[in-house]
Design a protein around this ligand. Structure first.
Ligand code: C2E
Ligand code: SIN
Ligand code: SIN
Ligand code: SIN
Ligand code: FE
Ligand code: FE
Length: 338
């Protein structure tokens, strides 16, 4: 492993010489003779630990420590104050500023070596732990996304053997969100949440879903329940992705003019993700074969979507969707049923 780097800060050359003499065989040493130089060096080379003199003309050690702790680039670096015996009364202040230890002058070689070694080891462990937590968190997030994606597909298997409908319509929804100028994070969220829009179809009898004809009224009432069943399955969590998935499940069949279900809300009262998914969902439903219908051409589908602008669909979103129809068609061709 590389040698750790120590930044020694002291305005007195003799003190620097003493510390360098004690530490230079085991560590890389950098030296600063005043506060501003110490801050500049700490930012530039990010040492693994800092030995900081307290009494210095101009900016004293406390001030240096305070600034180090305020800067995200340097706030994690352990600071050990090196101070004359007479100032030990100020130790409280040093610890309050975030120092990890004190060494008193005149320094003894074994004490300096032991303290530096201990705090470097602690710092290493802390960094390793943080790294592990980061990796674990990332793994968990990926697992969560994967489960959510598969849950969305599971629902789709009930009326579409391949689950490709959710793949396509999530891609359309993300594209439409991007085209509408929504933030990157939002576009990724809608991409990951949209696959669950029809999860409630798990609760719909196959006799209805697979009926090769128009639904009668009781069947249609039952069919419409998939929006609320979906919201129930997704549940009520403090998680941005699941919260959005719930809103989508609940609102993807609402219509701009208020004639949709389950609540009949209208316009901007329909969550924007519900309005986006409505267009993505209908585009894909129409251009696909269903047990109850043939596949429509893209031209016929776009004609219907445009004629429903301001009725079924948010007119602003329809305009954005028209801009991306070529890209949407490419996605459709890439993920078509075989
Ligand atoms: P889905 O098949 O995924 O269709 C999603 C949405 O696409 C439909 O929501 C509707 O807005 C639109 N859509 C699909 N096919 C057509 C069509 O032929 N003409 C027009 N104008 N729009 C169409 P909707 O109507 O709320 O239906 C929700 C779900 O209910 C459908 O999801 C499907 O699973 C089921 N469903 C609807 N109508 C029938 C039907 O006549 N027979 C059967 N078996 N199922 C139906
Ligand atoms: C010095 O400035 O190095 C002497 C005073 C002290 O270190 O506390
Ligand atoms: C149906 O075909 O039964 C659904 C009516 C609709 O598209 O709103
Ligand atoms: C909105 O946030 O509702 C406006 C965006 C749109 O409808 O295109
Ligand atoms: Fe639906
Ligand atoms: Fe759908």
């Amino acid at each position: 492993m590389d040698k750790a780097t120590i930044l020694v800060v002291d305005d007195t050359p003799e003190n620097i010489d003493i510390l360098v003499g004690i530490l230079s065989s085991d560590y890389k040493i950098r030296v600063a003779i005043d506060g501003p130089k110490a801050l500049a060096l700490a930012q530039k080379s990010t040492p693994d630990i800092i030995l900081l003199d307290v009494m210095m003309p101009g900016m004293n050690g406390y001030e240096v420590c305070e600034r180090l702790k305020q800067d995200p680039l340097t706030c994690h670096i352990p600071v050990i104050f090196v101070t004359a015996l007479a100032e030990t009364a100020d130790e409280t202040q040093g610890f309050a500023l975030g120092a990890v230890d004190y060494i008193t002058k005149p320094v003894s070689a074994p004490v300096v070596q032991a303290r530096v070694k201990t705090h470097l080891a602690l710092y290493d462990q802390k960094r390793l732990l943080e790294q592990q937590v980061k990796e674990r968190t990332k793994e968990l997030e990926e697992t969560r996304f994967e489960i959510i994606r598969r849950l969305g597909r599971a629902a789709e298997y009930k009326d579409n053997e391949t689950g490709l409908h959710v793949v396509r319509m999530s891609l359309y929804a993300r594209l439409l969100a991007i085209q509408s100028g929504l933030p990157d994070k939002y576009c990724e969220l809608i991409y990951n949440a949209a696959p669950m829009h029809d999860i409630g179809k798990i609760g719909t009898p196959d006799s209805i879903l697979k009926k090769p004809a128009k639904l009668d009224e009781p069947e249609w009432d039952e069919m419409q329940r998939h929006a609320e069943i979906g919201a129930e399955i997704i549940g009520d969590h403090h998680d941005p992705l699941l919260e959005m998935a719930r809103r989508i499940a609940l609102s993807h069949h609402e219509k701009w003019d208020g004639s949709g279900y389950p609540f009949g809300v209208s316009g901007q009262d329909i969550p924007i993700e519900g309005r986006i998914v409505a267009i993505a969902d209908v585009f894909d439903a129409l251009t696909s074969i269903r047990p109850y219908k043939k596949a429509w051409t893209v031209a016929d589908t776009m004609a219907l979507i445009e004629s429903e602008s301001g009725k079924h669909f948010d007119p602003e979103l329809v305009e954005h969707f028209k801009q991306i129809v070529d890209e949407v068609t490419k996605i459709r061709d890439k993920h078509h049923e075989t």
